[in-house]
Design a protein around this ligand. Sequence first.
Ligand code: ATP
Length: 486
Amino acid sequence: MKVDDIMDVALRRGFIFPASEIYGGVSGFWEYGHLGTKLRQNWENAWRRHFLGLDPNYHEITTTNIMPKGVFEGSGHLENFNDPLTSCTKCNQRFRADDLVQEATGRSVEDLTPLELSEAIRAEGITCPKCKGELGEVNLFNMMFQVNIGAAGGLTGYLRPETAQGSFVSFKRMFEVLRNKLPMGLAIVGRVYRNEISPRQGFFRLREFNQAELQIFFDPDAFEEHPDFETVRDTVLRVKQFGSDDIVSLTCGELVESRGIGKFYVYHMARVQEFYLTTLRIPPELFRFRELGGKEKAFYNKVHWDVEVYMETLGGFKEVGGIHYRTDHDLGGHEKASKQRLQVNIDGKKFVPHVLELSFGVDRNFWALMDVFYEQEGERTVFHFPPALAPVTVAVFPLLNKPELIAAAEALYTRLSPHFSADYDRGGSIGRRYRRHDEVGTPYCLTVDFDTVEKGTVTLRDRDSMAQEAVALDTVAATLIARLCP
Ligand code: ATP
């Protein structure tokens, strides 16, 4: 099974492993090894470059992971951030009721109430997956982790379940700091925590994970326009519209005209797709937007498309992100709960800005890279990561254990390592060293041989084509840069 093969490399080579492993681990918590950390950071940095580059007024901020209770009263999480829970009356094991019903019926049940889920469990004869015992009534379970702040514990806080609230509660100050201009984007890349009921899908549903979210605050009267829309008008998007099973190709212009979705929204869809197809190099047939509608969509989201990548290891298209037009729900809620005015005044026009949220789960995107780029080619295991994202960009090898080759290879490594993610490897045959680096997706290997000492050239080997070519020592860095930034 592909998932076992990937997990084998992931565990053996230091991508990911279960958290607190020596104590048996807890499901939904994972750790990143040295290569996984690099790959995740590279994804995050690519995300920053792409999305913060969309507008000079989009910026990254850093906010706290623990926030006081008031924030989540204002955001509505205390009341609404719930999943349906059912427990086995025999063994007490707890399960997400919607997952069980969905598995049994094969249809999406995100819109069912707890009562309807209880009825479905009875109607379908669903029993405890562990011991076949009878399942109890479905209740709502709040997924936030509560913490006590301070020695006296008088103040209740919560670990943030999404990064977004940091941007909303910082809006007032940042709007002033950034001189009262809209649209204004506030991005946060960081840790979030959700007490998921049954995180069973390996690395997909986690209890502690990273999100990369950009909240774009804008004037609602400007939703129908975007100054750069013409640059994406003919861009073809791959979309699965609400109520249809087909993935169709529609241009941005067609989506605006046929569906009446604001250009501001569709422009950002195009740029999200560009990130996946161009920066991450996800093959187009493995990418789609899925429109959410009916009760599946949160009531405050006026327009909601999920970003999905087809992952063989997870058996289909899976959500890795979402584009949410959240109206003034967030600032309106915080204005009411904090009693602070979050209205803006732009040229005499007073209004509460609306929010377009571009939201991504970093870890799910990490897994998408592991899934999409994994290949078993005969004896060779390869991750065909985009070169700029690979955990190690370049590996340097001396051909033989000869002092002059070792000295030249060490000197080359020392020259490259401040500028590239570089590795130095002198163990085993060259063939074995290539295999070791293919297995972690290193796009370029440089072998130092006698030509290096005599003629000043090294052999550059390309991971994907396996082609080898001689490159002059003093042009190695420039050659790598040209390939990393084509
Ligand atoms: P799901 O329906 O899978 O529970 P969601 O719709 O609740 O996800 P959002 O609240 O929109 O997700 O969060 C934004 C992104 O964060 C998601 O698109 C996903 O990539 C990621 N994410 C959400 N929950 C988890 C989780 N438990 N583990 C890992 N990533 C997650």
